[in-house]
Design a protein around this ligand. Structure first.
Ligand SMILES: Nc1nc2c(ncn2[C@@H]2O[C@H](COP(=O)(O)OP(=O)(O)OP(=O)(O)O)[C@@H](O)[C@H]2O)c(=O)[nH]1
Length: 642
């Protein structure tokens, strides 16, 4: 599907809802439904589940089939991947936001309410997966019957296990001639100790076995364990912005019930609000009057009502300290500066970033200023694809164009000297912007973030993959066999070595057969320096990077060579220098050149000439100017790729 699968993710695996907190009760809630009016459903008839899988193993296709079987959409209609709502999702063929759909299904004359939470497959969006899982009691673990277990299958399996969720192992794409269900069942047994008897087989594309799978969801996944007698308490798992209604939230109700018009408050803020909107998502909104514990619903408290992911919405009487474990904070893997193309666009971009950040709780946004770029923001992302998608959404959904600085992983330093400690408000400083690295004499120790990378590869590539990991400063951990042809390798790797292009390289050296995923391994001491780029002696702030000393000369050469390729020739000669603390490590020169796009047209057609000049002016807008040197905007990200 031509997907961009370059980056991988951090997977934190918290125990989000220890089920023991709640007691199972037979709870009833009243539901208004357009097709059957008021109905009463027992909480024992609710199932909250999610589909988790490696990218491309067929989650969205299966979700479509489930919507068909439950009558939400007509079979065979032109509705492919109805849950993929965003324009970026449709264009890139990846799911970015998790979307929920409440489905009705009748089994043995009993009506069930199945809350399906569609999760993104791409590793960069693992945050959405963690949140989806937080509202579930079980997952369908989908594995491509041809590809078999991939690195992300291992990660989502471990997430489900750590949250005590029921796992329904399911082989997809069994219609493919190359599918080998027995082999993949054996892999599931060897890697996860899954009994082959419990594995379902489906073709999401053809609809084979999907009904049986839905019935397995009802039979194997338990209803939510909740207490309806306590005060209303709901946990926000997603938020988005509606032009007219303000912030809308997707909430999982832990206890009690909520009605339209009821007074509520946020755990983070004692101010009283009133519930204005309550709906089931099917996936279109279906307004309801009341919802109770165990349910996943849309709630809104109006334009001033607020709402943040991870916060809790409470009944006013609810005691202040009662706690429900919350979703852990996200750890950002990549930071980049975002600045308006020119300062007059600052308000527009500011508004767009605020709204988008609300919908994408995985980003962190802080104000930033740069002498060259003016007022902007330092934004933390889960990975480069996440960064790409964020800026694409800024443009598509809010028409806000932005300049991006070179992405950097966060580093940590221990500062020394009482002055420096006072200045940085403590001994340990996290550096999310290379320009803010303290002076070398004030630094006692540098630390860089490491990850444990898991790679599943055909055995014939073990040597090549190991060479790649060692080359990326990796330390091998014990490996284990998936089956006779596939192996699982593990390495401790510096995050900076994997975040930009590791996945691309891995895919290309293994003909696309290896998969990769990673988990946080914390900060460890390292030898680092800041490498600056000067153009005709002027510092290009966006291009400063922090590098490991063993990479210094190589990076200096590579950066200057790449910049020489990427910066178009200009009216003046351009000297590109890579510098550490005033010492030049590499230099390239771009010769002067005069370009007049209309030169050939003198005496020619005036309108044609105007058109060409207009095109040239448009092109210039996409450039950033440093010391009168025009640099194409994409340079700042592309130059870091190897
Ligand atoms: N032959 C066959 N192809 C399938 C089946 N299920 C899904 N596919 C195809 O596999 C590709 C990936 O399917 P998606 O449903 O987009 O995969 P996904 O896991 O949702 O991917 P993300 O949206 O990135 O998370 C598409 O081309 C589907 O048409 C199946 O049962 N059989």
């Amino acid at each position: 599907m031509g997907r961009m699968i370059r980056y991988v993710r951090l997977l934190k695996t918290p125990n989000i809802f220890p089920n023991s907190l709640f007691t199972t009760r037979s709870v009833i809630y009243r539901m208004k439904s357009s097709d059957s009016g008021d109905r009463i459903i027992d909480v024992n008839k609710i199932r909250n589940f999610s589909i988790v899988a490696h990218v491309d193993h067929g989650k969205s296709t299966l979700a479509d089939r489930l919507l068909e079987i439950t009558g939400v959409i007509k079979p065979g209609a032109e509705h492919a991947q109805i849950l993929d709502n965003l324009q970026v999702e449709r264009e890139r063929g990846i799911t970015v936001k998790a979307v929920t759909a409440s489905l009705n299904y009748t089994l043995n004359n009993e009506q069930y309410l199945l809350n399906l939470i569609d999760t993104p497959g791409h590793v960069d969006f693992s945050n959405e997966v963690v949140r989806s899982v937080a509202a579930c009691q079980g997952v369908i673990l989908l594995v491509d019957a041809n590809e078999g277990i991939q690195a992300q299958t291992v990660a989502v399996h471990s997430l489900a296990k750590k949250n005590n969720l029921v796992i329904i192992p399911t082989l997809n794409k069994v219609d493919l001639p190359r599918a080998n269900p027995d082999k993949v069942k054996a892999q599931l047994k060897s890697v996860f100790n899954i009994d082959p008897e419990t594995v379902m087989s489906i073709s999401a594309k053809k609809g084979w076995g999907v009904k049986e799978l839905l019935e397995a969801v009802i039979q194997r996944i338990p209803p939510p364990q909740v207490n309806n007698d306590e005060h209303f308490r709901a946990h926000i798992i997603d938020t988005w912005h509606d032009k007219f209604r303000g912030v809308l939230c997707l909430a999982y109700i832990h206890s009690g019930k909520v009605k339209v018009g009821q007074s509520v408050r946020w755990k983070s803020d004692p101010k009283q609000h009133s519930v204005k909107y309550l709906a089931l998502l099917r996936p279109k909104e279906e307004p309801i009057e009341e919802a109770t514990a165990g349910q996943v619903v849309m709630v809104g408290c109006g334009p001033k009502g607020g709402g943040n992911v991870g916060d809790q919405l409470l009944a006013l009487e609810s005691s202040e300290n009662a706690d429900v474990s919350s979703i852990p904070p996200v750890r950002h893997m990549v930071y980049a500066g975002i600045f308006p193309a020119d300062q007059s666009q600052h308000p527009l971009l500011s508004d767009a970033i605020k709204k988008l950040a609300l919908n994408d709780s995985a980003v962190s946004v802080k104000n930033d200023t740069s002498p060259a770029l003016g007022q902007g923001w330092r934004v933390g992302f889960l990975g480069l694809l996440h960064l790409d998608v964020f800026t694409q959404r800024l443009l598509q959904e809010y028409k806000a164009e932005a300049i991006l600085t070179a992405p950097s992983v966060p580093y940590k330093v221990k500062v020394q000297g009482s002055k420096a400690i006072k200045k940085y408000k403590g001994e340990e400083v996290i550096i999310t912007n290379p320009l803010l690295l303290p002076e070398a004499q004030n630094i006692a120790e540098y630390y860089e973030p490491f990850v444990i990378g898991t790679i599943i590869t055909p055995v014939e590539y073990i040597g090549t993959v190991t060479t790649l990991c060692i080359d990326r400063r990796g330390t091998p951990l014990p490996s284990s066999a998936v089956d006779e042809s596939m192996t699982m390798l593990q390495f401790i790797l510096p995050l900076s070595e994997v975040v930009i292009d590791f996945h691309d390289t891995l895919k290309s050296i293994t003909s696309g057969f290896a998969s990769f995923d990673y988990q946080d391994h914390g900060f460890h001491p390292s030898a680092l320096v800041r490498l600056d780029i000067l153009l005709n002696g002027v510092l290009v702030e966006e291009l400063s990077t922090i590098v490991h000393v063993s990479r210094l000369e190589y990076n200096a050469r590579r950066l200057t060579e790449k910049l020489k390729e990427m910066i178009p020739r200009q009216m003046v000669q351009v000297a590109i220098q890579a510098v550490v603390a005033g010492k030049v490590f590499a230099r390239e020169t771009i010769k002067a050149y005069r370009k007049d796009v209309t030169a050939k047209l003198y005496g020619g057609d005036v309108t044609r000439r105007k058109k060409l000049l207009k095109q040239q002016a448009e092109g210039k807008k996409k450039m950033r100017s440093v010391a009168n040197i025009k640099i194409p905007r994409n340079t700042f990200i592309d130059v870091l790729k190897r």
